[in-house]
Design a protein around this ligand. Structure first.
Ligand code: MV4
Length: 497
């Protein structure tokens, strides 16, 4: 395979920048594509060349296979990196890049297709002895047969759409009386949402933990894993906090899950970076759920604990190189926590709060990484995902990584819009999170908007301490005035301008 000299990044925001940085370090030229809404975006400025591809709506720009291939042709890029989201898990895109004689920095169209269908994925991995949740492996066509299976596995059961994923098209059925109605709804929803009404059923594992393994394959059939990420802190299937390693895995379970993850990859001839999702029940049994055939948002926590640049590795395996290490060479170094900073208002049902970053000051210091795509004064466009940044903190132990995250959240200064920083601060302080005793129900169980004002805010504590010291050192006549004039306002509920 040829050495890649120029890469087009078919994405925007922090991930486009993150990919270009690694390419640059490898001496590879970069091409950005951008929509009307991203004329001033940092990924455009950072790239060696940039090509305008259309109107702000993704369907007119970042999702246009034809325009992106055209831009790569015009600029002479030999390879395309899709980032995450947009076209990253589109088998037609992987195929189109291949057909254009370029290298897709990602898996084959076939791997994307197999893992894109939950039923095809289950069928493929079952042959490799990967543990699956008890349930059906064929689409349901006979309601009475399905009812019988549901009875055998025991309620509650979950109906899932084969074409779904990431929580889309799922329905819980508590008992047999609800079965038929829920099944009919699930089929009709799947048909209208995905154009594919195939559904299957599984035993519903209540309150699972979500643990995913980072796997990597080369084009010579070698597959390794880079350990797990714990992603149980989610809100409506949107991850908020991720960490590596998971605090519940024993070395033995880690080894078995890692082997299962490698088998999932092998079951579809996988190459490139991929993520194998499992759920873990309260007895620490694990089950394969689905595979994401892309680099994930939360990949930096894996980079922090392994010291490996996953994007550089994606580029090397895309150009045909062998994986440069064996499983036994890999080791976990310390602990990493990532919190996602969104332009959303946690006290208003996480409604997107797009606007201008009037103040934007990143935290700094040892063990801190901020992956973002904005600078002070920029606006968050309304057309795309409202994520502002990922804050990743690495330290020797989990406790130290959490403490560092709290300090970094504190140091972050964002004004002009509401963000999820206060929500992340709440999670970092919560006893259930700190003790490691949590599951995917964490946010639903513990979060109410009121907790934002109740969570200790280190700045407030300092201010309070400074105030009392000041009060004690000041003649009594000024106490009342001081106390009334200086009211510590929560950092997380700033007045908007
Ligand atoms: C499940 C499950 C319980 N039992 N399957 C949600 C996203 C998609 N990847 C699959 N999901 C689930 N599948 C069975 N048989 C619970 C979930 C689930 C979940 C999984 C991972 C992370 C967060 C979640 C939140 C709610 C439900």
């Amino acid at each position: 395979m040829p050495q890649i000299k120029k890469i087009l990044v078919a994405n925007r925001g922090e991930i486009a920048l993150r990919v270009m940085r690694s390419a640059k370090e490898m001496g590879i030229k970069t091409v950005a594509v951008y929509s009307e809404a991203d004329r001033e975006a940092l990924h455009v400025r950072f790239a060696d060349e940039a090509v305008f591809i259309g109107a702000p709506a993704s369907s007119e720009s970042y999702l246009r296979i034809d325009k992106i291939i055209d831009a790569a042709r015009k600029t002479g890029a030999q390879a395309i990196h899709p980032g995450y989201g947009f076209l990253s898990e589109n088998e037609d895109f992987s195929q189109a890049v291949d057909d254009a004689g370029m290298i897709f920095i990602g898996p084959s169209p076939k791997s994307i297709e197999v893992m894109g269908s939950k039923l095809a994925a289950k069928e493929a991995v079952a042959k490799f002895n990967v543990p699956l949740v008890p349930g059906t492996s064929e689409p349901i066509d006979d309601i009475n047969k399905a009812k019988k299976i549901a009875k055998d596995i025991g309620y509650p059961i979950l109906i899932k759409a084969s074409a779904g994923g990431g929580g889309k098209g799922m329905r819980i059925v508590e008992n047999e009386n609800e079965f038929q109605e829920q099944m009919e709804r699930a089929v009709s929803e799947a048909t209208s949402a995905f154009g594919d009404g195939s559904v299957f059923i599984e035993k519903y594992v209540t309150k699972p933990r979500h643990i995913e393994f980072q796997i990597f394959g080369d084009k010579h059939g070698n597959v390794i894993h880079f350990f797990e990420r714990e992603c149980s802190i989610q809100r409506r299937h949107q991850k908020v906090v991720e960490e590596a390693p998971s605090s519940v895995l024993t070395p033995d379970i880690r080894k078995r899950m890692g082997e299962a993850a490698i088998n999932v990859a092998k079951s579809c001839g996988y190459y490139g970076a991929g993520t194998v999702e499992f759920i873990l029940d309260d007895s620490l049994n694990f089950y394969f759920l689905e595979m994401n055939t892309r680099l994930q948002v939360e990949h930096p926590v894996t980079e922090m604990i392994t010291g490996i640049d996953l994007v550089k590795l994606q580029i090397s395996v895309a150009q045909g190189e062998k994986l440069p290490f064996k499983q036994e060479d890999l080791k976990i170094h310390g602990h990493a926590v990532e919190v996602r900073v969104y332009a959303e208002d946690p006290s208003n049902n996480f409604l997107p709060d797009i606007g201008t970053l009037q103040t934007y000051k990143r935290p700094q210091g040892n063990g801190i990484r901020v992956d973002d795509g904005f600078e002070q004064g920029m606006s968050i466009p309304f057309y795309y995902d409202p994520m502002i940044a990922k804050l990743i903190c690495h330290a020797e132990t989990r406790e130290m990584a959490i403490e560092k995250t709290i300090r970094a959240i504190q140091e972050y200064e964002i004004t002009g819009l509401e963000t999820t920083l206060g929500f992340c601060n709440f999670v970092m302080h919560h006893e259930a999170f700190r003790s490691g005793k949590f599951d995917t129900g964490f946010v639903g169980k513990y979060f109410k908007p009121e907790v934002l004002t109740a969570t200790p805010d280190p700045a407030e504590e300092e201010l309070a301490a400074a105030l009392s010291a000041h009060i004690l050192a000041t003649p009594t006549s000024t106490h009342a005035a001081t106390q009334h004039e200086i009211v510590p306002v929560s950092k997380w509920k700033k007045n908007r301008i």
